[in-house]
Design a protein around this ligand. Structure first.
Ligand SMILES: *[C@@H]1O[C@H](CO)[C@@H](O)[C@H](O)[C@H]1NC(C)=O
Ligand SMILES: [Zn+2]
Ligand SMILES: [Zn+2]
Length: 460
């Protein structure tokens, strides 16, 4: 309203002087010109400078060494999904040290912090905290101290990076134009922790969420990203095929579930080869086959199990229905009965990971300004899953890879291996990318001021 020319002229037209009109016109013109070139209010650094400036900060020894320390501490004490008690305690202590308020517990063991104005817009950053049931085979000073458990997917690094981002953002809290929600999420590895965080309601009003994963596939200093579907939807099934056991030499007195299960497995292969669109990627794998135990006994029943995956919700639902039909009907061909159970109800299947197009553009800009265009690789879609997809069903979301391969430091094997290693040089990149994406998102998603509803602000 302040710059609305019609308003001002109409009130002042009471004066009836031409001079007043002329002066007002000039005042308005000057204001209009100033508003064109003025920086957004209270932003003391330009939006373009953020990525490089934050990377610079994250690389300083005080921040880098602190992140390395946190990562190693978590690495030594890995905790499985929904058991991240010590990890969560460490996170809360560090947030307390920084003066960042948080909610705890969220989704059993999760911690959710808040940096900035406390008012909209809201943007979320996510780090997963859980380890895997793997015995570490890497001999080093900070090897896992818990037998049979290991951070073999880099989630220890993810936590350290998000705490690093929290520190950078908190240092610049007066320049943030909204609120950053820091999501330390439990149980990414098969526990659907993201779904529980979402169900807790803590992300209501959040306009966008970013997540990252370290990757040994891409070189240090590079990132990999993609728009649209990047990871598959996945479900799991188990089926009990029951027949009638008996002597292996007298098959006519038995109903053989091993033969029935074998035919079921072969028939399941035809779903992808004969029923799916060859251009619509799908997978059906039987990974479990249990039954029998002796050379001369036909067992009463056999249990099979596996996974099915697709790149769209429609294909996924269709595939699920056909998996069930093929198992039960094929069983009946050999006079067996079959019961099929799926991992859980429809809501708990891992959805397709779909990267938001607009956030992809935001990411490309930030990554280019931080790392240069040559360091942005293309993320090829894979049939793996990410529980980040649960967020993306509810909120525009974006997940990307941060590279950490470095020949000078020897080979880095892929995740879920007992020989998995994190190249700690990756920590500043993750922290700076997190912090930059959030700060930039807030600057670029300011609510429209009420005065902009009129037609007098076309210049924006
Ligand atoms: C299959 O189920 C039917 C109906 O319950 C039952 O009569 C039959 O005996 C079952 N067959 C086997 C092989 O378990
Ligand atoms: Zn993993
Ligand atoms: Zn992971």
């Amino acid at each position: 309203m302040l710059f609305d020319p019609t308003n001002k002229t109409s009130t002042l037209s009471l004066c009836q002087t031409q001079t007043a009109m002329a002066v007002l016109k000039w005042v308005f013109l000057i204001f209009a010109c100033l508003s064109l070139f003025a920086p957004p209010p209270a932003a003391t650094f330009s939006s373009q400078q953020i990525p490089a400036k934050f990377l610079d900060l994250a690389r300083r020894p005080e921040l880098f060494d602190w992140m390395v320390g946190i990562r190693r501490k978590i690495h030594e004490n890995p905790e499985l999904g929904y058991e991240e008690f010590e990890t969560g305690k460490l996170i809360r202590d560090e947030l307390d040290n920084m003066g960042i308020p948080y909610t705890y517990p969220v989704a059993q063991t999760g911690v959710v912090g808040f940096v900035g104005t406390g008012s909209p817009p809201f943007v979320a950053l996510r780090a997963d905290m859980d380890a895997l049931a793997i015995q570490e085979s890497v001999e080093w000073e900070h090897k896992s101290k818990v037998p049979g458990k290991m951070h073999a997917c880099g989630h220890d690094a993810h936590v350290a990076m998000l705490l690093g981002a929290a520190k950078i953002l908190q240092q610049h809290r007066h320049e943030l134009q909204g609120t950053v929600v820091l999501v330390f999420q439990p149980a990414e590895e098969g526990g659907a922790g993201a779904k529980k965080v979402l169900d807790s309601g803590v992300l209501e009003n959040v306009g966008a969420i970013f997540g990252l994963h370290v990757s040994t596939k891409y070189p240090i200093g590079s990132v990999a990203s993609g728009s649209g579907p990047v990871m598959a939807a996945a479900g799991f099934f188990e089926a009990v095929i029951s027949g009638k056991g008996g002597h292996a030499a007298i098959p006519q007195h038995t109903i053989d579930p091993i033969l029935a299960a074998s035919n079921i497995i072969v028939s399941l292969q035809h779903l992808v080869s004969r029923e799916a669109d060859p251009l619509d990627s799908q997978v059906v794998t039987v990974a479990k086959f249990q039954g029998g135990g002796a050379f001369n006994v036909i067992p009463d029943s056999v249990t099979i199990g596996g996974t099915f995956r697709a790149f769209s919700k429609e294909s996924f639902i269709q595939l699920k229905q056909r998996v069930e039909e093929v198992i039960t009907r094929q069983a009946s061909v050999q006079r067996c009965n079959a019961t099929v159970t799926f991992s859980s109800d429809e809501k708990h299947f891992y959805p397709v990971t779909i990267n938001d197009k607009r956030l992809h553009d935001n990411f490309q800009n930030v990554a280019e300004q931080m790392l240069g265009i040559k360091s942005i690789k293309e993320m090829k879609p894979v049939m793996g899953t990410e529980d980040f997809a649960f967020y993306q069903e509810a909120i525009p979301g974006y997940i990307f890879y941060v590279g950490m391969a470095d020949d000078k430091k020897g080979p880095f094997v892929g995740g879920h291996s007992p020989f998995y290693r994190v190249n700690e040089d990756v920590l500043p990149y993750g922290a700076a990318l997190h912090a930059s994406l959030a700060a930039r998102y807030l600057l670029e998603n300011q609510p429209e001021p009420p005065s902009s509803k009129g037609s007098s602000h076309d210049e924006l």
